[in-house]
Design a protein around this ligand. Structure first.
Ligand SMILES: NC(=O)c1ccc[n+]([C@@H]2O[C@H](COP(=O)([O-])OP(=O)(O)OC[C@H]3O[C@@H](n4cnc5c(N)ncnc54)[C@H](OP(=O)(O)O)[C@@H]3O)[C@@H](O)[C@H]2O)c1
Length: 225
Protein backbone atom coordinates (compact mmCIF):
# COMPACT_ATOMS: atom_id res chain seq x y z
CA UNK A 1 0.00 0.00 0.00
CA UNK A 2 1.32 3.42 -0.94
CA UNK A 3 1.42 6.31 1.51
CA UNK A 4 0.45 9.92 0.88
CA UNK A 5 0.80 12.99 3.11
CA UNK A 6 -1.44 16.01 2.54
CA UNK A 7 -1.31 19.43 4.17
CA UNK A 8 -4.35 21.69 4.51
CA UNK A 9 -6.53 18.59 4.19
CA UNK A 10 -9.52 19.79 6.22
CA UNK A 11 -11.47 21.31 3.34
CA UNK A 12 -11.26 22.46 -0.28
CA UNK A 13 -8.82 20.85 -2.71
CA UNK A 14 -6.83 19.14 0.06
CA UNK A 15 -9.90 17.29 1.37
CA UNK A 16 -10.81 16.21 -2.17
CA UNK A 17 -7.31 14.71 -2.56
CA UNK A 18 -7.85 12.77 0.70
CA UNK A 19 -11.13 11.28 -0.54
CA UNK A 20 -9.71 10.39 -3.95
CA UNK A 21 -6.53 8.77 -2.61
CA UNK A 22 -8.44 6.69 -0.03
CA UNK A 23 -10.83 5.54 -2.81
CA UNK A 24 -7.78 4.48 -4.83
CA UNK A 25 -6.42 2.36 -1.97
CA UNK A 26 -3.77 4.70 -0.54
CA UNK A 27 -2.87 5.15 3.11
CA UNK A 28 -3.31 8.87 3.85
CA UNK A 29 -1.80 11.09 6.55
CA UNK A 30 -3.92 14.23 6.54
CA UNK A 31 -2.86 17.43 8.31
CA UNK A 32 -5.49 19.90 9.52
CA UNK A 33 -4.64 23.31 10.97
CA UNK A 34 -7.50 23.81 13.47
CA UNK A 35 -10.81 22.15 12.68
CA UNK A 36 -11.15 18.80 10.94
CA UNK A 37 -14.13 20.04 8.84
CA UNK A 38 -14.68 17.43 6.07
CA UNK A 39 -12.12 15.01 7.59
CA UNK A 40 -14.54 14.51 10.48
CA UNK A 41 -17.02 12.89 8.12
CA UNK A 42 -14.59 10.35 6.67
CA UNK A 43 -14.35 6.91 8.18
CA UNK A 44 -11.52 4.83 6.79
CA UNK A 45 -8.93 2.68 8.55
CA UNK A 46 -6.28 3.99 6.14
CA UNK A 47 -6.85 7.61 7.13
CA UNK A 48 -4.62 9.11 9.83
CA UNK A 49 -5.38 12.67 10.87
CA UNK A 50 -3.13 14.97 12.83
CA UNK A 51 -2.97 18.67 13.67
CA UNK A 52 -0.50 20.49 11.43
CA UNK A 53 0.32 24.16 11.08
CA UNK A 54 2.86 24.59 8.27
CA UNK A 55 4.29 27.72 9.90
CA UNK A 56 5.18 25.94 13.13
CA UNK A 57 8.23 23.63 13.28
CA UNK A 58 7.05 22.06 16.56
CA UNK A 59 3.73 21.11 14.96
CA UNK A 60 5.53 19.84 11.82
CA UNK A 61 7.92 17.65 13.84
CA UNK A 62 5.04 16.19 15.88
CA UNK A 63 3.14 15.50 12.64
CA UNK A 64 6.20 13.89 10.97
CA UNK A 65 6.75 11.68 14.03
CA UNK A 66 3.28 10.14 13.60
CA UNK A 67 4.22 8.94 10.10
CA UNK A 68 5.48 5.38 10.40
CA UNK A 69 5.68 4.61 6.69
CA UNK A 70 7.81 5.55 3.73
CA UNK A 71 6.18 8.51 2.00
CA UNK A 72 5.45 7.95 -1.71
CA UNK A 73 3.57 11.18 -2.22
CA UNK A 74 3.67 14.51 -0.37
CA UNK A 75 1.03 17.03 -1.44
CA UNK A 76 1.84 20.52 -0.18
CA UNK A 77 -1.62 21.97 -0.54
CA UNK A 78 -2.12 24.30 2.47
CA UNK A 79 -2.41 27.90 1.38
CA UNK A 80 -4.03 31.27 2.04
CA UNK A 81 -5.08 34.19 -0.16
CA UNK A 82 -3.84 37.69 0.64
CA UNK A 83 -5.82 40.77 1.63
CA UNK A 84 -7.01 41.51 -1.90
CA UNK A 85 -5.52 44.97 -1.40
CA UNK A 86 -6.73 47.41 -4.08
CA UNK A 87 -3.49 49.36 -4.50
CA UNK A 88 0.15 49.54 -3.43
CA UNK A 89 -0.56 51.83 -0.47
CA UNK A 90 -2.91 49.24 1.03
CA UNK A 91 -0.31 46.48 1.12
CA UNK A 92 0.01 45.23 4.70
CA UNK A 93 3.62 44.08 5.06
CA UNK A 94 3.01 41.93 8.17
CA UNK A 95 0.19 40.14 6.43
CA UNK A 96 2.28 39.79 3.26
CA UNK A 97 5.00 38.06 5.31
CA UNK A 98 2.39 35.68 6.76
CA UNK A 99 1.19 34.76 3.26
CA UNK A 100 4.74 34.09 2.09
CA UNK A 101 5.46 32.14 5.28
CA UNK A 102 2.46 29.84 4.75
CA UNK A 103 2.47 29.49 0.95
CA UNK A 104 6.19 29.45 0.14
CA UNK A 105 8.16 28.45 3.25
CA UNK A 106 5.55 26.03 4.66
CA UNK A 107 6.03 23.50 1.81
CA UNK A 108 9.82 23.75 2.16
CA UNK A 109 9.53 22.93 5.88
CA UNK A 110 7.48 19.83 5.04
CA UNK A 111 9.98 18.67 2.41
CA UNK A 112 12.84 19.17 4.86
CA UNK A 113 11.06 17.37 7.65
CA UNK A 114 9.94 14.35 5.56
CA UNK A 115 13.02 14.16 3.33
CA UNK A 116 14.48 11.06 4.99
CA UNK A 117 11.17 9.20 4.67
CA UNK A 118 11.12 9.73 0.89
CA UNK A 119 12.96 8.42 -2.17
CA UNK A 120 15.68 5.80 -2.02
CA UNK A 121 14.90 2.60 -3.92
CA UNK A 122 11.54 3.80 -5.23
CA UNK A 123 10.43 7.19 -6.44
CA UNK A 124 8.68 9.68 -4.17
CA UNK A 125 6.77 12.59 -5.65
CA UNK A 126 6.42 15.98 -3.99
CA UNK A 127 3.50 17.98 -5.34
CA UNK A 128 3.54 21.73 -4.82
CA UNK A 129 0.08 23.22 -5.21
CA UNK A 130 1.09 26.50 -6.75
CA UNK A 131 -0.93 28.84 -8.96
CA UNK A 132 -0.87 30.46 -12.38
CA UNK A 133 -0.89 33.67 -10.31
CA UNK A 134 2.74 32.87 -9.47
CA UNK A 135 3.69 33.13 -13.14
CA UNK A 136 5.67 36.30 -13.92
CA UNK A 137 5.00 35.92 -17.66
CA UNK A 138 1.27 35.72 -17.01
CA UNK A 139 1.03 38.65 -14.56
CA UNK A 140 -0.95 41.07 -16.70
CA UNK A 141 -3.52 42.37 -14.22
CA UNK A 142 -1.11 42.87 -11.28
CA UNK A 143 -2.45 43.10 -7.67
CA UNK A 144 -2.84 40.04 -5.40
CA UNK A 145 0.71 41.10 -4.58
CA UNK A 146 1.64 38.80 -1.71
CA UNK A 147 -0.24 35.79 -3.03
CA UNK A 148 1.46 36.08 -6.42
CA UNK A 149 4.89 36.61 -4.84
CA UNK A 150 4.38 33.65 -2.50
CA UNK A 151 3.62 31.28 -5.36
CA UNK A 152 6.52 32.62 -7.48
CA UNK A 153 8.81 32.00 -4.49
CA UNK A 154 7.35 28.51 -4.05
CA UNK A 155 8.10 27.74 -7.71
CA UNK A 156 11.69 28.93 -7.35
CA UNK A 157 12.26 27.04 -4.10
CA UNK A 158 11.05 23.94 -5.91
CA UNK A 159 13.24 24.32 -8.98
CA UNK A 160 16.21 25.11 -6.74
CA UNK A 161 15.63 21.94 -4.66
CA UNK A 162 15.03 19.75 -7.69
CA UNK A 163 18.60 18.91 -8.73
CA UNK A 164 19.71 17.83 -5.29
CA UNK A 165 16.62 15.66 -4.83
CA UNK A 166 17.07 13.89 -8.20
CA UNK A 167 20.00 11.99 -6.69
CA UNK A 168 17.72 10.80 -3.88
CA UNK A 169 14.93 9.63 -6.22
CA UNK A 170 12.57 12.43 -5.21
CA UNK A 171 10.71 14.25 -7.97
CA UNK A 172 8.81 17.54 -7.82
CA UNK A 173 5.61 18.43 -9.64
CA UNK A 174 4.35 22.03 -9.51
CA UNK A 175 0.60 22.13 -10.14
CA UNK A 176 -1.93 24.89 -10.83
CA UNK A 177 -5.34 23.47 -9.87
CA UNK A 178 -7.26 25.94 -12.08
CA UNK A 179 -9.67 28.51 -10.69
CA UNK A 180 -11.60 26.17 -8.42
CA UNK A 181 -14.86 26.51 -6.48
CA UNK A 182 -13.59 26.45 -2.86
CA UNK A 183 -13.64 28.96 0.00
CA UNK A 184 -10.52 30.52 -1.57
CA UNK A 185 -11.69 30.31 -5.20
CA UNK A 186 -15.24 31.51 -4.45
CA UNK A 187 -18.64 30.71 -5.94
CA UNK A 188 -17.89 32.13 -9.39
CA UNK A 189 -14.93 29.84 -10.07
CA UNK A 190 -15.50 27.83 -13.26
CA UNK A 191 -13.77 24.60 -12.21
CA UNK A 192 -15.34 22.08 -9.83
CA UNK A 193 -13.09 20.59 -7.14
CA UNK A 194 -13.70 17.07 -8.47
CA UNK A 195 -12.64 18.04 -12.02
CA UNK A 196 -9.48 19.75 -10.78
CA UNK A 197 -8.44 16.86 -8.54
CA UNK A 198 -9.27 14.26 -11.24
CA UNK A 199 -6.88 16.04 -13.59
CA UNK A 200 -4.15 16.47 -10.98
CA UNK A 201 -4.40 12.79 -9.93
CA UNK A 202 -3.85 11.78 -13.54
CA UNK A 203 -0.76 14.02 -13.79
CA UNK A 204 0.61 12.64 -10.50
CA UNK A 205 0.07 9.08 -11.76
CA UNK A 206 2.09 9.77 -14.92
CA UNK A 207 4.83 11.78 -13.23
CA UNK A 208 8.46 10.56 -13.48
CA UNK A 209 11.86 11.64 -12.17
CA UNK A 210 12.72 13.01 -15.64
CA UNK A 211 9.72 15.40 -15.39
CA UNK A 212 10.86 16.88 -12.07
CA UNK A 213 10.21 20.61 -11.79
CA UNK A 214 7.44 20.72 -14.37
CA UNK A 215 4.91 23.60 -13.88
CA UNK A 216 1.60 22.43 -15.23
CA UNK A 217 -2.14 23.11 -15.01
CA UNK A 218 -4.64 20.47 -13.80
CA UNK A 219 -5.63 19.65 -17.40
CA UNK A 220 -2.05 18.96 -18.53
CA UNK A 221 -1.20 22.35 -20.10
CA UNK A 222 2.39 23.41 -19.35
CA UNK A 223 2.59 26.93 -17.88
CA UNK A 224 5.00 29.81 -18.48
CA UNK A 225 7.25 30.85 -15.58
N1 LIG B 1 -9.19 27.60 -5.33
C1 LIG B 1 -8.49 28.10 -6.31
O1 LIG B 1 -9.07 28.64 -7.28
C2 LIG B 1 -7.00 27.97 -6.35
C3 LIG B 1 -6.31 28.42 -7.49
C4 LIG B 1 -4.93 28.29 -7.55
C5 LIG B 1 -4.25 27.73 -6.49
N2 LIG B 1 -4.93 27.30 -5.38
C6 LIG B 1 -4.17 26.71 -4.28
O2 LIG B 1 -4.74 25.47 -3.90
C7 LIG B 1 -4.46 25.22 -2.50
C8 LIG B 1 -5.76 24.84 -1.79
O3 LIG B 1 -6.66 25.94 -1.93
P1 LIG B 1 -8.24 25.82 -1.68
O4 LIG B 1 -8.88 26.57 -2.78
O5 LIG B 1 -8.62 24.42 -1.41
O6 LIG B 1 -8.35 26.72 -0.36
P2 LIG B 1 -9.25 26.59 0.94
O7 LIG B 1 -10.53 25.92 0.64
O8 LIG B 1 -9.25 27.94 1.53
O9 LIG B 1 -8.38 25.58 1.87
C9 LIG B 1 -7.13 25.96 2.33
C10 LIG B 1 -6.63 24.91 3.30
O10 LIG B 1 -5.32 25.30 3.77
C11 LIG B 1 -5.33 25.21 5.18
N3 LIG B 1 -4.35 26.11 5.80
C12 LIG B 1 -4.31 27.46 5.79
N4 LIG B 1 -3.28 27.92 6.51
C13 LIG B 1 -2.63 26.82 7.00
C14 LIG B 1 -1.50 26.62 7.83
N5 LIG B 1 -0.79 27.65 8.33
N6 LIG B 1 -1.12 25.36 8.12
C15 LIG B 1 -1.81 24.31 7.65
N7 LIG B 1 -2.91 24.41 6.87
C16 LIG B 1 -3.32 25.67 6.57
C17 LIG B 1 -6.76 25.53 5.60
O11 LIG B 1 -7.00 25.11 6.93
P3 LIG B 1 -8.15 25.77 7.87
O12 LIG B 1 -9.41 25.00 7.55
O13 LIG B 1 -7.66 25.54 9.24
O14 LIG B 1 -8.24 27.21 7.51
C18 LIG B 1 -7.53 24.74 4.54
O15 LIG B 1 -7.59 23.38 4.89
C19 LIG B 1 -3.80 26.50 -1.98
O16 LIG B 1 -2.40 26.33 -1.92
C20 LIG B 1 -4.17 27.55 -3.02
O17 LIG B 1 -3.24 28.61 -3.07
C21 LIG B 1 -6.29 27.42 -5.28
Amino acid sequence: MKTAVITGASRGIGSEFVVRLLDNGWRVYAGYRQDMHRLDLLENENLFTCQLDVTDNVSITAFANTIEHRVDLLINNAGVPDGRWRNIKEIDDEWALDVININAIGPVRLVRSLYDKMGGKSLSTVVMISSLMGSIDDCHSGRSYAYRASKTALNMFTVAMKKEALEDNISFLILHPGWVKTRMGGENAPVEMETSVDGMMELIGKHTLEDSGRFVQYDGVDLPW
